[in-house]
Ligand binder design. Structure first.
Ligand code: NAP
Length: 284
């Protein structure tokens, strides 16, 4: 039995799809906060169980009979260390053979403010005594392709990433990596630094958007404060806008650079190019 937490999210759904290519649906448990909203997962034949990171009892019930667990990090920033600790405690009670966790690239040295909660979770995993694997995921290319429509509308793609080199990968490549780890024997304590095969700066990314769309759009680099204010002006809550601006400044310092190619080695093929991700996004 393989349990995927956060299975209703974008990454979780992709992991379930990859698992279904290799094992029967009866061996997969989709752990979701709200089963009512996950009818699509139930239709795939997998078991859908209720599991709220804020409700330890629900986690204990959801993990009954679990052999392996993929803990997909929560998106509730600021609450994640406690939420993930609750998942690890329930996994321990269930005596799982392995727990894999989606962390962030180079969590132990990353300048990103958001790395703190990931590092706390990694430490909790190590302290748990459970066999574990850490999937330190770099940025999803979709983080940037999502901004293409707004950039085309304003002829400008804004950020604070400077000339920082980014080795992002498509969400589906990280999902394939997680599924591969869940489906194969693991060495406890393995830490994967997962990132795309190619690197680009945001200016290069935006030039490719201009080339493929045939529209005038360029990258405009802002200071951290200006970028945070612009994101807030676009409707993002202040703390989230501040975190994103901090992340972009981290990018300028190389926080998302990686050339280890561990992701493509793990999944057995090259990662999707950023140019292909842009093409897919422009096709809508
Ligand atoms: N590498 C990157 O570039 C990047 C970018 C963004 C996020 N992330 C991290 O990677 C994770 C997965 O990415 P994603 O794209 O799949 O994010 P997503 O689509 O936002 O999915 C987040 C998942 O977390 C679940 N969740 C949130 N709070 C929960 C709770 N209290 N109990 C149970 N489940 C809870 C959500 O459940 P509901 O469906 O019920 O809301 C959802 O299934 C994110 O949560 C975040 O930690 C990484």
């Amino acid at each position: 039995m393989i349990v995927v937490t956060g299975a209703s999210g974008q990454l979780g759904k992709l992991v379930i799809q990859f698992l279904l290519e290799k094992i029967p649906a009866s061996g997969i448990i989709a752990a979701v906060r709200n089963p009512e909203k996950s009818k699509d997962l139930a239709e795939l034949g997998v078991q859908v169980r209720q599991a709220d990171y804020n409700d330890p009892a629900s986690l204990t019930t959801a993990f009954k009979g679990a052999e392996k667990i993929l803990l997909i990090s929560s998106n509730e920033i600021g609450q994640r260390a406690a939420q993930h600790s609750a998942v690890i405690a329930a996994a321990k009670q269930a005596e799982v053979k392995v727990i894999a966790y989606t962390s962030v690239l180079k969590a132990d040295t990353s300048p990103l403010a958001l790395a703190g909660e990931h590092l706390e979770t990694e430490q909790a995993l190590k302290a748990s005594g459970l066999p574990f694997v850490i999937l330190r995921n770099g940025w999803y290319t979709e983080n940037y392709t999502a901004s293409i429509p707004a950039a085309l509308a304003h002829n400008a793609f804004i950020g604070s990433a400077g000339d920082g080199k980014i080795a992002s990968a498509a969400r589906k490549d990280y999902a394939a990596a997680a599924a591969t780890v869940l489906l194969n024997p693991v060495i406890s304590g393995t830490i994967y630094e997962l990132a795309g095969d190619e690197t680009y700066t945001l200016a290069e990314f935006v030039n490719e958007v201009a080339k493929q769309s045939g529209k005038a759009v360029s990258y405009v680099n802002l200071s951290q404060d200006e970028f945070a204010a612009a994101l807030e002006g676009a409707g993002l809550p202040k703390p989230f806008a501040a975190l994103l601006a901090d992340s972009d400044v981290g990018v300028s310092k190389g926080a998302l650079f990686d050339d280890s190619h561990q992701l493509s080695k793990l999944i057995g093929h090259s990662t999707q190019s950023y140019s292909d991700s842009i093409k897919i996004a422009l096709q809508g």
